[in-house]
Design a protein around this ligand. Structure first.
Ligand code: CAO
Length: 492
């Protein structure tokens, strides 16, 4: 039987005993490696179907009834702060069983950072650690090391984003992990890849600066700027999730795990690649779509900050809308896309611009963009940002309201799609989180609250790792999973 047939058979069997859309029970479940026996594929099989001789016949079961995409994958989640937790939360949304290992009595440092409700885990933590179980283990305690070894044997992927060398200092070197479980994928976020800065600790804004985003963000006259979108942390977590899923796929063919590394600098650069494109274009002349070109400001040796210029070949800018004097978000983004230039001219009361040689073609407009946007703004200032959206959409003119986080939190269409989700938490009560931004027709996401610190320690030790009740009691009294008195005093 082929690998795929076996996997499909196991999935169908599992689905048969599981009613549709029931919450995934975090019960003992064999990891994928246990359900799929490997056999070395022949070369022709490797060429066919990406490594599989045959796919199972297409299922006719109802969509969403065959479990979740990553069901059966178990993650040893050794992540903290933002980049790693973003990655494992996404894997959890896709159905992986994420076991988050935290330091007894302390936990992920973000549990206590930016606290808004006394005694409750922060939103920083709860919004990045949904769909996970929490186990507390002192990774430097001898018994803790033994538990970790069992976890390594029972999991498919270890994800971590400690400072360089921290995992090795715990004794969890790649050689040790690979020897203990050759199928395990070890995925890491680090600030920098191999090179002069590889030993450095890195946070979000450092990555934005080192990855080329900050030097190209902001206004020409001002200093470099970081963006609110967490492209260094969450962006790298997203890249890492992609690496993990592809490594799982390759493992089906090779039978072995591998190391997956995402450096935050690399992740940011990948997201800023259009600016490296522009750097090379600059060698062949000025960048005509940047408004400084039309303003006659010479270019320097590096890609400049472009303010709110549109990144593509279609000029755009942020324009004031009705109410801008008092509402800081009463603005719209407006793109003067060439195919709808005629309707734009009609809307703003400048029909003569459709044929005027100074305005009729995109190249003719480039040196006049400031004047053009000022004129369009005279029109947008008479409408709310939502009216601009409604009117322009009727003419296929690409515009977008500047939405505040208040407006996004209250947006009913985002709630309806599960992108913004309201969650119940036993200590803080209800809170909003961002659900799975990736929608899949056969893998339906259920967003679950973040775990309390060590909430599942007993459950994981007994149900996943197979310790007896007596062994669990001994582990508890050993101090390997509970805070030492010293740590408790420190935390208080
Ligand atoms: N039991 C015992 N010790 C534990 C433990 C556990 N369960 N979990 C973690 N620790 C220990 C680690 O072993 C490490 O100890 P040593 O340095 O003595 O070996 C220590 O806790 C702290 O690890 P750290 O150095 O990673 O943490 P930090 O707060 O000093 O640094 C950060 C944080 C984010 C700068 C660093 O982890 C880092 O650079 N990570 C990689 C890049 C990254 O992901 N950055 C994005 C963070 S999100 O903004």
């Amino acid at each position: 039987m082929t690998i795929r047939k076996m996997a499909a058979k196991a999935a169908v069997k599992k689905a048969a005993v599981k009613p549709r859309r029931t919450a995934v029970k975090f019960a003992q479940r064999p990891a994928i490696r246990a359900t799929v026996k490997m056999s070395a594929p022949t070369n022709s099989a490797v060429r066919k179907n990406g490594g599989f001789a045959e796919l199972p016949p297409p299922s006719t079961e109802p969509w969403g009834s065959l479990g979740k995409a990553l069901e059966g994958v178990r993650i040893l989640d050794f992540t903290h702060v933002q980049s790693g937790p973003t990655c494992t939360q996404l894997l959890g949304y896709m159905g992986a069983d994420c076991i988050k290992v935290e330091r007894p009595g302390v936990g992920d440092i973000t549990r206590g950072q930016l606290r808004d409700v006394k005694g409750a885990d922060s939103l920083y933590f709860t919004m990045l650690n949904g769909n996970k179980r929490s186990i507390t283990i002192d990774s430097k305690h001898p018994k803790g090391k033994e538990i970790l070894e069992r976890l390594i044997k029972h999991c498919d992927v270890l994800v971590e984003n400690f400072a360089p060398g921290a995992l090795d200092r715990m004794g969890l070197t790649w050689d040790y992990i690979h020897k203990t479980n050759p199928r395990m994928i070890v995925a890491s976020v680090k600030g920098f890849g191999p090179g002069p800065y590889e030993e450095c600790k890195v946070y979000e804004n450092i990555a934005q600066c080192a990855g080329g985003a900050a030097s190209t963000t902001g206004f020409r006259e001002g200093p470099p700027l970081v963006t609110g979108a967490q492209i260094g942390d969450s962006g790298t977590g997203l890249h890492l999730a992609f690496g993990i899923v592809t490594a799982l796929y390759q493992r089906l063919r090779t039978g072995r795990g591998q190391r997956v590394l995402c450096a935050m600098q690399d992740g940011v650069l990948n997201l800023a690649r259009v600016k490296l494109r522009d750097q090379q274009r600059l060698g062949h002349g000025p960048l005509s779509e940047y408004s400084q070109y039309g303003e006659g400001v010479p270019f320097g040796v590096a890609v400049p900050r472009a303010g709110n210029d549109s990144g593509g070949g279609q000029p755009g800018w942020i324009l004031k809308c009705k109410g801008w004097e008092t509402d800081p978000d009463a603005y719209t983004y407006f793109i003067t896309q060439a195919p709808v230039w005629g309707p734009i001219c009609d809307l703003i009361g400048r029909p003569e611009w459709k044929t005027d040689p100074d305005y009729a073609t995109p190249p003719a407009r480039l040196p006049r963009l400031r004047h053009i946007f000022n004129t369009i703004e005279e029109w947008t200032k008479t409408k709310t940002k939502f009216e601009v959206m409604d009117i322009c959409n009727q003419h296929d003119i690409p515009v977008g309201p500047i939405l505040s986080m208040k407006e996004i939190g209250e947006d009913q269409s985002l709630r309806a799609t599960g992108t913004v989700v309201e969650i119940d938490h036993p200590i803080r009560g209800q809170y909003l989180t961002v659900g799975n931004p990736v929608k899949m027709s056969d893998s339906i996401t259920e967003v679950k609250r973040a775990p309390l610190l060590g909430e599942h320690t007993e459950q994981i030790l007994i149900e996943v790792l197979g310790y007896s009740a007596e062994e669990y009691a001994a582990i508890k009294s050993s101090g390997a999973v509970t805070p030492s008195e010293k740590k408790e005093t420190e935390a208080a």
